[in-house]
Ligand binder design. Structure first.
Ligand SMILES: Cc1cc2nc3c(=O)[nH]c(=O)nc-3n(C[C@H](O)[C@H](O)[C@H](O)COP(=O)(O)OP(=O)(O)OC[C@H]3O[C@@H](n4cnc5c(N)ncnc54)[C@H](O)[C@@H]3O)c2cc1C
Ligand code: SF4
Length: 327
């Protein structure tokens, strides 16, 4: 790991100033469970000049409900979300997504903001610099995507963004998309549908370099609300999703009034399924309809040689997660 200066910020303003005044790359750090791995493996072309600790800023760690909306401070941990009685009751899809992330130790240190801002896990991209040298793929400014011709079992089944087929690995991202959250930053309020971007080089979000997530707001559950989350991974614990899925429905006597469905692990960004949402709206939710919604969601899939199995998982997980909303 290359040397950098570490700052304990005491306020959000101070953290932003430290970011702005850095003459080289600067990163904020929360739990550090993703960032430290990136730094140790020298993932980026330029080493950071500054790493700014957010955990020393008071007031970013609260879970509260205001006007029936859920407010999550950026530093709220995944364990706190998983264990919160109000979240389990009113936004169960989010509580379950947090519960399925990593391991207990990771959930104890991993924060909600860090979870949605984490880097992709493509194994070529993450290849440690100290073993054989850095692999400069397209996402690191090189010319080739090694995954296309190499091992792409875990990669996108819906095509590439700027020739990169890495997937967004977050477990809580699809839950927040399904629940139509808003990300509040030091600069603006960002609807979650607009938050993720694989267009920005190595970043996974649209955040500017001097922009910090302060809070995530999840709207009040509508009448007849139900939400669910499922994750399929090779290993039962401490594994990233092959495919995960969150659904949030508003139900009236078993009929779907409104639906939001989001897959992850299948594309560069969390993947909404608008055609399936439209299909469900106004109809009675049955097993057959749920399966039809799953089929429709993957109708445009373009799997690669080794990851066709993820298409089957994606359509099944959508159907299962929809039926979970009836329980
Ligand atoms: C072994 C292992 C297993 C894992 N398993 C999973 C898994 O199953 N599912 C999953 O979703 N993730 C998993 N992760 C990834 C990750 O560690 C967690 O998702 C965790 O929630 C990240 O949060 P953090 O607070 O530690 O982030 P950090 O490492 O502190 O930060 C991650 C990124 O977010 C940025 N960031 C952090 N806070 C803010 C903020 N407030 N504003 C702007 N940017 C910010 C940082 O600059 C950095 O780029 C795993 C990681 C490891 C090491
Ligand atoms: S999928 Fe993206 S991150 Fe992975 S090797 Fe290809 S360009 Fe690099």
């Amino acid at each position: 790991m290359r040397q950098f200066s570490h700052y304990n910020a005491t306020s959000v303003n101070e953290a932003v100033t430290l970011l702005r005044e850095s003459t080289g790359p600067a990163y904020v750090i929360a739990g550090g469970s993703d960032l430290m791995g990136c730094l140790k493996d020298n993932l980026w072309m330029e080493a950071p000049e500054r790493v700014i600790n957010l955990k020393t800023i008071p007031g970013l760690k609260e879970i509260s409900v205001k006007n029936n909306d859920l407010h999550l401070g950026a530093l709220v941990t995944l364990t706190e979300i998983e264990r919160s009685e109000i979240i389990k009751k009113q936004w169960p899809g989010l509580a379950e997504a947090a519960r399925k992330t990593g391991s207990p130790l990771l959930r104890n240190i991993g924060t909600i903001a860090g979870n949605i801002c984490q880097e992709n896990r493509c194994w070529y991209y993450r290849y440690p610099d100290k073993i054989g040298g850095r692999i400069d793929c397209v996402r690191k400014g090189g010319k080739l995507c090694l995954a296309v011709t190499g091992d792409h079992r875990f990669h996108s089944i819906f095509g590439a963004v700027k020739k990169c087929i890495a997937v967004n690995p977050s477990d809580t991202a699809p839950a927040l998309v399904a629940l139509n959250a808003v990300v509040k930053t030091t600069k603006r309020d960002i609807p979650i549908d607009e938050f993720f971007s694989a267009e920005m080089g190595s970043q996974s979000t649209i955040l500017d370099n001097d922009e910090i997530v302060i809070e995530i707001v999840v709207p009040a559950p509508p009448t007849g609300a139900a939400s669910a989350f499922r994750k399929i991974a090779y290993r039962k614990s401490i594994d990233f999703a092959l495919v995960n899925c969150a659904t949030a429905l508003s139900l009236d006597n078993g009929h779907v009034v409104a639906a939001r469905i989001c897959l992850n692990g299948v594309y560069n960004n969390p993947f909404r399924c608008p055609a399936s949402e439209e299909l469900l709206t106004g109809k009675k939710l049955t097993q057959e309809l749920a399966q039809e919604a799953g089929e429709l969601a993957v109708a445009g899939a373009k799997p690669l040689l080794q990851n066709g199995f993820k298409v089957q998982i994606a359509k099944t997980i959508i159907a299962d997660t929809l039926i979970d909303c009836l329980k």
